[in-house]
Design a protein around this ligand. Structure first.
Ligand code: ADP
Ligand code: C5P
Ligand code: MG
Length: 209
């Protein structure tokens, strides 16, 4: 085994020992995942890890993968799982917390299967922010966070990737009774009210539905 393999194995083992609680937060671009994760962090003590934010930070750090990641994000494409999983694992270990909202991941079947195979972590449940495309488009175009991929051409590509690659992951978890669906078209307050019910009734209990 090479040094890099040995190091990532070490991270995986140390993470597994902590038996982290993981909630995946899924939904189309602009459905409000990041906004609500900030609320959940404040009220329920989770650490929020956005895969997109971690990838953007990796680009800005000037890492050797930076250009590849940047090019893929500008096309709305999904970065290879090994890159994203390594960033997630590192962030989980560094956080010192044991409860995580993993936002925008798994984004496709490759993400899902690789995360499970590498970390052996099963999500406690999966939040699905269901929102009409026109509303998501409106929100992204008003977002004003200076994101290069928040332009209409890339937005359309991201919607296509969401439908083709991410919705099947949600279906996968639906078939296993893991999905808690939210009407994400409602106001920020109403969406958070629905989330509060989920987090006060589901977390830590055995989910059988
Ligand atoms: P995501 O992380 O799913 O891409 P964000 O949380 O970044 O979405 O939200 C996208 C934009 O929409 C932001 O400008 C945010 O302030 C706004 N927003 C989030 N939730 C709502 C909501 N329920 N109603 C109206 N605007 C919202
Ligand atoms: O979730 P967010 O909208 O911040 O993601 C922005 C971009 O980051 C995606 O369009 C995609 O290019 C990349 N991404 C990825 N793999 C993930 C999450 C995000 O490649 N699991
Ligand atoms: Mg986001």
């Amino acid at each position: 085994m090479g040094t890099a393999d040995a190091a990532s194995k070490d991270v995986t083992v140390r993470l597994a020992e902590r038996k982290p609680i993981v909630v995946f937060v899924l939904g189309g671009p602009g459905s409000g995942k990041g906004t609500q994760c900030a609320n959940i962090v404040q009220h329920f003590g989770y650490t929020h890890l956005s895969a997109g934010d971690l990838l953007r930070a990796e680009c800005n750090s000037g890492s050797e993968n930076g250009t590849m990641i940047q090019n893929m994000m500008n096309e709305g494409k999904i970065v290879p799982s090994e890159v994203t999983i390594e960033l997630l694992q590192k962030a989980m270990l560094e956080s010192g917390n044991n409860k995580f909202l993993i936002d925008g991941f798994p984004r496709n079947e490759e993400n899902r299967a690789a995360f499970e195979a590498v970390t052996k972590i099963e999500p406690e449940f999966v939040l699905f922010f269901n929102c009409p495309q026109e509303e998501m488009e409106r929100r992204i175009l008003n977002r004003n966070q200076g994101r290069e991929d928040d332009n209409i051409e890339t937005i359309r590509k991201r919607f296509k990737v969401f439908e083709e690659s991410s919705l099947p992951v949600i279906e996968y978890y639906k078939a296993r009774g893991k999905v808690r669906e939210i009407d994400a078209a409602k106001s920020i307050e109403e969406v958070f009210d629905a989330l509060k019910v989920i987090f006060t009734t589901t977390v830590g209990k055995v989910v059988t539905t």
